[in-house]
Design a protein around this ligand. Structure first.
Ligand code: PMV
Length: 308
């Protein structure tokens, strides 16, 4: 028996524009994890039990667009193994919320299966396998989720380029409020693509603005100038709103967080639901922000330290 786990992730800056070649910054959320327990199979083929998803998958009969079946097949192929397995998948990471739940489940499965055979795959190998399943969830994924989750490190991600870690000179507190609205990334990514196809110049200009914000944020983080982060989040949110991926629920939570003392906030991930993140200064009343967003309809709140 072997257990593989994987963290969730949160995008700090740069979602959507990252699909079009601009940089994005994302960090692992180590306290939220997916888990895959891998044991010797008892039947004629490998079986996956995913109770949280209400699914049981017979790998040999699974469709080519079934991520659980596909990641199992790809991992066994990569390892050159044919043994039948019984895999139990569970996850603390809310689905379709911008925490990278799909990539985390796939990563936990790859690690669990590799470990079962006494093997360890490199982060880049895991990331490449998981990317194949990301395509099923996201349509045209940038690859940011599988990268941050497979490396479990803060990552500056640019599509098609070597990944780099970014520096966080001074750790900071992030409040993450879940809207409770599941919003599949595939839909917002598709809508942004349709907008881009209709008016490329306008969309490219918006993506450039996001790229600049990401550059400034990276610089602020490297210099420990965390006081700039709130304003940068708010600027990034303005562009996300113009891209059409915000929503009244997101706006309401952002207003509530700012009223309660957060220095800036934005949606994180695909948008129209999922999570809103807030930068709260040291000693800046994290509890008040938590209470404020809960009173304004957040389903749940996570307070996390970034850069420790
Ligand atoms: O919704 P999430 O957190 O899985 O992230 C989506 C990020 C996008 O930039 C919107 C899409 C992508 O593939 O990068």
């Amino acid at each position: 028996m072997n257990i593989g786990t994987a963290c969730g992730k949160i995008i700090l800056f740069g979602e959507h524009a990252v699909v079009y070649g601009r940089p994005a910054l994302a960090v692992p959320l180590s306290q939220l994890r997916a888990r895959a327990v891998v044991q010797k199979g008892t039947g004629a083929g490998s079986v996956i039990h995913a109770r949280d998803l209400g699914r049981e998958v017979e790998v040999k009969d699974s469709e080519n667009d079934d991520a659980l079946g596909v990641i199992t097949r790809l991992t066994l192929e990569k390892l050159g193994e044919t043994e039948n397995l019984e895999i139990e998948v569970s996850s603390q990471i809310p689905l379709a919320s911008g925490f990278g739940s799909g990539a985390a489940i796939s990563t936990a499965m790859v690690r669990g299966i590799a470990g079962y055979f006494g093997r360890e795959l490199k982060p880049e190998e895991i990331s490449a396998l998981v990317y194949e399943t990301e395509k099923m969830y996201h349509g045209t994924p940038s690859g940011i989720d599988n990268t941050v989750i497979a490396y479990e490190q803060p990552v500056r991600f640019v599509r098609g380029q070597e990944i780099t870690r970014f520096q966080i000179a001074r750790p900071f507190t992030l409040v993450i409020a879940n809207t409770g609205i599941a919003s599949p990334t595939k839909i917002t990514v598709g809508d942004v693509r349709r907008g881009w196809e209709m008016d490329k110049a306008r969309y490219e200009a918006m993506f450039d603005r996001v790229g600049e914000i990401v550059g400034e944020a990276q610089d602020a983080l490297a210099r420990g100038r965390n006081n700039l982060l709130g304003g940068l989040m708010t600027r990034n949110q303005e562009v996300l709103q113009e891209l059409g991926v915000s929503s009244p629920e997101i706006e309401r939570l952002i207003e509530a967080g700012l009223r309660a003392g957060a220095r800036g906030g934005k949606l994180s991930g695909g948008g129209r639901g999922g999570n809103v993140i807030f930068y709260v200064e040291e000693g800046g009343g994290t509890e008040r922000v938590r209470d404020g967003v809960m009173e304004s309809g957040a389903r749940s709140v996570i307070v996390t330290r970034v850069g420790e």
